[in-house]
Design a protein around this ligand. Sequence first.
Ligand code: NAD
Ligand code: IPM
Ligand code: MN
Length: 356
Amino acid sequence: MSPKKQIAVIPGDGIGKEVIPQAVRVLEAVRADLAFTHFDWGADRYLADKTTVPPDGFAMLARDFDAILVGAFGDPRVPSNIHAKEILLGMRFKMDLYANVRPVRLMDASLCPLKGVEPKDVDFVVIRENTEGVYGDLGGVFKQGTPDEIAIQEDINTRKGVERILRYAFEYCAVHKKLDGSPRRRVLLCDKSNAMTHAGGLWQRVFKEVGGEYQQLEKQHMYVDALGMQMICDPRVFDVIVTNNMFGDIITDLAAGLQGGLGMAASGNLHPGKTSMFEPVHGSAPPISGKNIANPFGAILTAAMMLVHLGMIASAEKIETAVLEAVCQKKTTADVGGSLGTREAGEWVANLVSRG
Ligand code: NAD
Ligand code: IPM
Ligand code: MN
């Protein structure tokens, strides 16, 4: 028998602490061969002893775990958000998890705010560069607090970083099919190369060059502003979207709107061959936290993504099918039309997978 896969669980703050226990409960119900170790990294720990990430924390995660399941970080008691930056961006940057994969899937027509859009019309993925761009924290302020203040936030785009995320997007098509079983075959570069000519120029050149190696795939381009419009007019046009860190952040919240809101959106932070991290797209949602009303399905679908990454495909499919069933039967939280609480929605899905 193969040894259990070791999973680090970091619920974090706010609704992260409510939705991650439901994801873990569903993983237990599906009887996946996993062992969980829980970590208290987040605002409470930071406020108690000023620890964000313990010494050697990232090396420990990379060494001792097969995957990391994360909730969200952000707490009004830590206005600087320093812990979120050090823990979340720390994992992405220091563990070099360069591909942020965010699938966009509509489970039921009733969840989409667009007229006449059905599940088959919303089935695309955003592949977001996750280690560079404006998130690199390069810059500074000059003459702070004076009328002459200057703030500089640099946008880092390296040849290596751009090439590997573009390649990841092209390669993604070889291994992932659409939900109807047809192959993914269109890769769309989303940028703002008409205004950000230096960075955009690099992305454009490398897209053309690397894309040339994938003759069987269709290559497309949209400026991010036009893409935003297209997403709410006709999401059918999208298959695989690849983009930089900031645009990827923005368009995946927009895309979550097509799926029924942030409560339904899953994501993975990956580097093939390294310990990868999985988290729902949403944040800690302070206004709704502690009320048992947050939707746990984004976190549960994130757990399923983690299982796919670990090669436990059958268990992942069971979970996805159970969430789909819950959505269709309205056994959900209120944001997607049901009347269950966070725990009760998680329990319903867990019961279904444990019977399957
Ligand atoms: P948010 O995602 O927390 O909330 C945005 C909106 O979506 C709110 O109306 C919220 O109620 C709703 N929402 C989010 N998740 C939901 C769920 N599971 N069920 C039902 N409704 C849900 O974004 P925000 O308000 O911009 O940020 C709040 C905090 O979270 C901030 O500190 C932010 O920095 C942080 N944040 C963290 C992450 C992360 O850790 N990955 C991601 C985004 C935001
Ligand atoms: C996300 C979040 C983060 C990001 C924040 C919390 C820094 O919005 O994961 O989408 O911008 O990447
Ligand atoms: Mn975001």
